[in-house]
Ligand binder design. Sequence first.
Ligand SMILES: Cc1ncc(COP(=O)(O)O)c(C=O)c1O
Length: 481
Amino acid sequence: MIDPILAALDADTTSDAAAEITSLVVDYFAATREVNGPVSTALSSAQIAARFDEPLPRDGVSLATVAARLRDDVMSDCNRLFHPRAMGHQVSPPLPAAIWTEALIGALNQSLAVAEMSPTATVMEHRVVRWMCELAGYGEGSGGTLTSGGTEATLTALLAARSAAIPNVWTNGVGSDPPVVVCGEHAHYAVARAAGELGIGMRNVVTVPSREWRMDSDALVSTLDRMERDGRKVMAVVATSGSTATGSFDDLETIGTLCEARGLWLHVDGAHGASALLSARHRGRLRGLERARSIAWDPHKMMLLPLAAGLVLVREERDLESAFAQRAPYLFHGADGERSWDQGTRSFQCSRRADVIKLWVALQRYGANGIGALYDRLCEVTMAMHDMLVAHPSFEVLHRPEGNILCFRWVSDRSLGDEALDVANRDLRERYNRSGAGWITATNLGGRRVLRVTVMNPRTTPDDVQAVVDGLDREADKSPD
Ligand SMILES: Cc1ncc(COP(=O)(O)O)c(C=O)c1O
């Protein structure tokens, strides 16, 4: 048994073997370059599951056979994010150089737990974190770590905030009177989830109402005053830079000043919008960011990296170290008090992929300015869609886009009531997405069901968004009502 499997391992290291998989990727790029083929599948999960309903493969088959299954069974019904009319969630059609680097990351398999397991990748992570800290306006002493995404970045940041708020929490727990976390009503669920995970409890998450989809700074002041009157300690204020629903940016200058005056930890969830720092045109939306004690930033969103590439930055690197007051002599050998290269002391994960390599490659290949230009392009196309919808009699827009996210609603001839429109919009999105002509998302805003797009594809042109608008309008006209 061992000889054939050893032979297979060797055979699979050749460029011919690699081409079995890479040619699929190249064909995929080519097929999605033109506007042909469906954006997604019309099949249900149950229908797709039937295709994979098979016993555990006891014996292997050729790589060519596996590649054929990938092509016929996997790629055939995946979401084609490279299709110019894919405008769904905040997931990128990734930068090609970063895609190819995925194979290298897998091949090298360097673990970021400790520097001795990843001699170059650890140093690269420190380098890239420093670049990102500088972009954020952080100085010497700042630090950070890559994460699996924004959810882990915010959890890590709030863990650090918890350590700062509750002495000896690592040993004693949060006690019976935990502090509160204050965030905007449109904050991502990662914030409330972190509060649950950290033992703070969801009921100790206090939400501040929005004004024009941003945290209302006046309401934040009254909330903080109320907390003070009620004797409630505030562990952190969380602002959002690029909210999930509308892509709105909270006013960090005002919120940061308020937090500084009250000695409060400000965490900025910039998972979506911190990449605006690469854009000369849009970086002003993050004015005041350097006042934050911690920042979540997802290169796998608006820097168009393949999943996963998240990042948490802290103004004081030691905040991360005290968050994880962990000793593990079998791994971490740094002498007490000495700055360690080991990132495992600053991160949730122990074994961790060297995702930094693809981020470094993307910056080398396209440059921060190139990626910033892509950011601008996505925002421009979104604004073009906004203008088209404003001019269209059957649609209304919910907001002016601050980035690449836009919410709107099909309103017919405005004779239908809100509830009928909720049903019609829900139905419209489902039918349109099933048609394969394009792919959009939806959300609830102000109690109403609305349509939502996130323009993530630099190939998407104003003609594509016009086609999506026209396609939605035509589909709406086919409505059984
Ligand atoms: C504002 C914001 N924060 C956090 C997240 C979660 O990020 P991830 O999915 O990378 O964990 C998202 C994802 O949509 C987001 O939009």
